[in-house]
Ligand binder design. Structure first.
Ligand code: SF4
Length: 366
């Protein structure tokens, strides 16, 4: 291990590899990051507020989703549900319809459940206490740290993909991302860096650096405020760090979807079902499962004439699975309507939570 001495020089007599930064250098890095963030940090809507609930919403939306995509969703969501009380009172369909298109709907359901608990247990105030925050549904170490540092000015660390990349390069961490040893190390380093003034801004500066300068490909080291302290740059290892986790190829899954309709022309409605299938996360969707079209149709409680061949072949890639879906049509389909099965007119589909996959299948079939 290289150790940077208090005077800033490198002690390389120890094990080569990752670096441990001493306090004075940490302080310099902190200072440079904050100055840089003040100068060039992007003006994003969730940076205009210290409301822990709004920050919570933004952090949940930003998980696995790009900033540009999130902005309009965040604004619409807070317009409809401006407070914890408003969100707690909303029904799930209304919440999911505001999430429709963002994907990973489980996030929305957990946010809803977490906010309901905040209203039931804490009178609608997001708890300042870190353990109480961490105990809420859907709040893990990252989200708790983001709310704690940004809304409450607490010295709580956060590590997301951007922070992991910056710290791995800065400290020349060579164990693979995702390995327990790396995760522990990254959280420890983030916890060493966060204490001091403006912990929320420090965390946001690290994320911002990863998002805009220390990017996965072609990082702009020439514009980096902490380049002088960067071990990956000093050792010409920027391109090879962080070490990626070994990837498994996504598993291919073959599914059958049936677009069952009732009526013709402008009167046409499409039958959707609402189940607990993990694929849809509680949203309305076209009947879809493994097996033949006849079985899919009858399992959804529908009767009707099926076309003999699929009318479309849709591909949909999730993180760990590649779905190949044969799409069949069943015109003039019938069923008893219920809370979890009913026909929708085209214009109604805009107002309900429908998964991106279902929209893709409908577009291919109709
Ligand atoms: S110098 Fe380059 S690799 Fe190092 S932290 Fe800055 S942008 Fe990342």
């Amino acid at each position: 291990m290289h150790v940077i001495r208090d005077d800033g020089s490198l002690d390389s007599t120890l094990d080569p590899g990752a670096v441990v930064l001493r306090a004075p250098l940490m302080a310099v890095i902190r200072h440079k990051l904050l100055c840089w963030y003040d100068e060039v940090g992007r003006d994003l809507p969730w940076r205009q507020t210290r409301d822990p609930y709004a920050i919570w919403v933004s952090e949940v939306m930003l998980q696995q989703t790009r900033v540009e995509t999130v902005i309009p969703y965040y604004e619409r969501f807070l317009e409809s549900f401006p407070t914890t009380h408003a969100l707690a009172q909303a029904d799930e369909d209304a919440v999911l319809s505001h999430w429709s298109g963002l994907g990973y709907y489980r996030r929305a359901r957990l946010l809803h459940a977490g906010v309901r608990e905040v209203v039931a247990e804490y009178g609608g105030e997001v708890p300042e206490d870190a353990d109480a925050r961490r105990a809420l549904p859907g709040i893990g170490r990252y989200t708790a740290g983001a709310i704690g540092s940004i809304a409450f000015d607490k010295e709580e660390p956060i590590v997301d993909g951007n922070v992991a990349r910056v710290l791995s390069r800065l400290l020349r961490i060579k164990t693979p991302i995702g390995a327990a040893v790396t995760t522990n190390r990254l959280w420890q380093e983030a916890a060493r860096l966060v204490p001091g003034e403006r912990p929320g801004d420090l965390n946001q500066a690290l994320m911002e650096l990863g998002a805009t300068v220390c990017t996965p490909k072609k990082p702009r080291c020439e514009s980096c405020p902490v380049a002088e302290a960067c071990e990956a740059l000093a050792h010409a290892e920027v391109e090879t760090l962080p070490v990626p986790r070994p990837r498994k190829a996504p598993k291919e899954v073959k599914l059958t979807a049936v677009v069952a309709t009732r009526g013709r022309g402008a009167e046409r409605k499409v039958w959707l079902v609402k189940g607990d299938q993990p694929l849809f996360g509680g949203l309305w969707g076209v009947p879809m499962a493994e097996g033949s079209a006849r079985i899919v149709l009858s399992d959804a409680g529908l009767r009707g004439r099926l076309g003999s061949d699929p009318v479309a072949d849709v591909e949909h890639v999730l993180t760990h699975r590649r779905l190949r879906i044969d799409v069949y049509r069943a015109p003039a389909a019938r069923a008893a309507e219920s809370k979890t099965r009913r026909p929708f007119a085209a214009e109604e589909l805009e107002g309900v939570g429908v998964s991106t996959l279902t929209r893709k299948v409908l577009a291919a079939a109709l």
